[in-house]
Design a binder for this molecule. Structure first.
Ligand code: F1P
Length: 339
């Protein structure tokens, strides 16, 4: 419930950061798993608000391929542990590739990635017990938003935009609490997923990576096959999967993509699929036969990804509880993948 002190966070980057930010013309972000999904949200923000090209790639591909670097690029790694072998190898590889500098967004101050990076932004999420990353993810998103503000300031971003983002961040603990208060309703909803073998998650814009993260959480802790698609991609293949055995979760954006998303909802409903739409109260999506609407309080578009993440994580949690899987220690997974 504490208010975000964005100055403190930005200062953890150190004095050299501003000089690098003034010079940069592009950003390359590398990460794995949940951290990769945080990177994808940052891409939407950085390209939308800063108009800077932002490339995002999973570390296990980047580290092994021939890469071409955009001029004046900043190389960013995101990692909860700071020890993930693929991300660390990508960071080491980047040193000979002509980047302006490297920056790690990391939870662990004593980690290898922090040691190997020119700049560090600590997420300060505290120790995470579960293997599946949860609070590290929302903390990464907050940190990446602060990073964007920091780069924006060095690039002459309007102070009115900065104030709007800081206001959204100050409001965030309250909105997260409201989302957590909905746990009981999510528990009730979870039964509809626990009895199925598959789930489809749909999102658009900055909520598309949130749909990807929701699918990953369901896979990781409840062992249910889940896939995420950008809603506009539905008609290019996944519509063929829709029937009454395939629940579809929609992470609705509260921005100008909402109208497009409503037509995607109709595409699923008219084919007999059952829909669970997580949407802002003002979105005006009507519950009906086949459509369950779950209201989410999210006043600011910029922080909506953090807010919508909470019901997604809780849903996976309650599905896992019904299925009796080990939520903290899922089979076959390790907290830190160091090989
Ligand atoms: C990346 C990651 C986590 C996931 C699991 C395996 O770790 O894919 O997102 O939850 O623990 O590793 P990291 O680089 O963010 O520490």
């Amino acid at each position: 419930g504490r208010v975000v002190d964005h100055q403190v966070y930005i200062e953890t980057l150190g004095e050299n950061a501003t000089k690098v930010f003034e010079q940069l013309d592009a950003i390359q972000i590398i990460a794995c798993g949940t951290s990769y999904h945080a990177a994808l949200v940052a891409k939407y923000w950085i390209e939308h608000y800063l108009k800077l090209p932002c490339l995002v790639e999973i570390a296990s591909e980047y580290r092994y391929r021939e890469t071409a670097v955009l001029p004046n690029s900043l190389f960013v790694t995101i990692s909860q542990s700071g020890e993930t072998a693929d991300t660390l190898a990508a960071l080491k590889k980047s040193k000979d590739e002509g980047y302006l500098a490297s920056l790690t967004v990391c939870n662990s101050p004593a980690s290898s990635m922090v040691r190997e990076s020119d700049l560090t932004l600590l997420t300060r999420a505290g120790a995470e017990i579960g293997v599946a990353s949860t609070k590290a993810f929302t903390a990464q998103l907050v940190s990446l938003l602060l990073l964007m503000i920091s780069i924006g300031k060095a690039k002459g971003m309007k102070s009115s935009i900065e104030h709007e983002f800081v206001e959204a961040l100050e409001h965030l603990p309250h909105e997260i609490q409201l989302a957590l208060d909905q746990a009981k309703e999510l528990e009730k909803l979870s039964g509809a997923f626990a009895e199925k073998h598959h789930t489809l998650f749909l999102g658009r814009g900055q909520q598309y990576p949130i749909a990807m993260e929701a699918a990953l959480k369901l896979k990781e802790i409840s062992y249910i096959h889940a896939e995420a698609y950008a809603a506009g991609e539905l008609k290019h293949g996944p519509l063929a999967l829709i029937d009454k055995e395939m629940p579809t979760v929609v992470v609705a954006p509260n921005d100008n993509l909402l109208e497009k998303l409503k037509s995607n909802v109709e595409e699923v409903r008219s084919r007999g699929g059952s829909l669970f739409v997580f949407a802002d109260k003002s979105a005006n999506i009507q519950a009906s036969n086949g459509i369950t609407v779950f209201p989410v309080d999210s006043q600011y578009a910029i922080t909506a990804p953090m807010v919508y993440t909470i019901p997604m994580q809780l849903l996976s949690y309650y599905v896992a509880v019904i299925k009796g899987t080990d939520v903290d220690q899922p089979r076959n997974l390790a907290k830190s993948v160091t090989v």
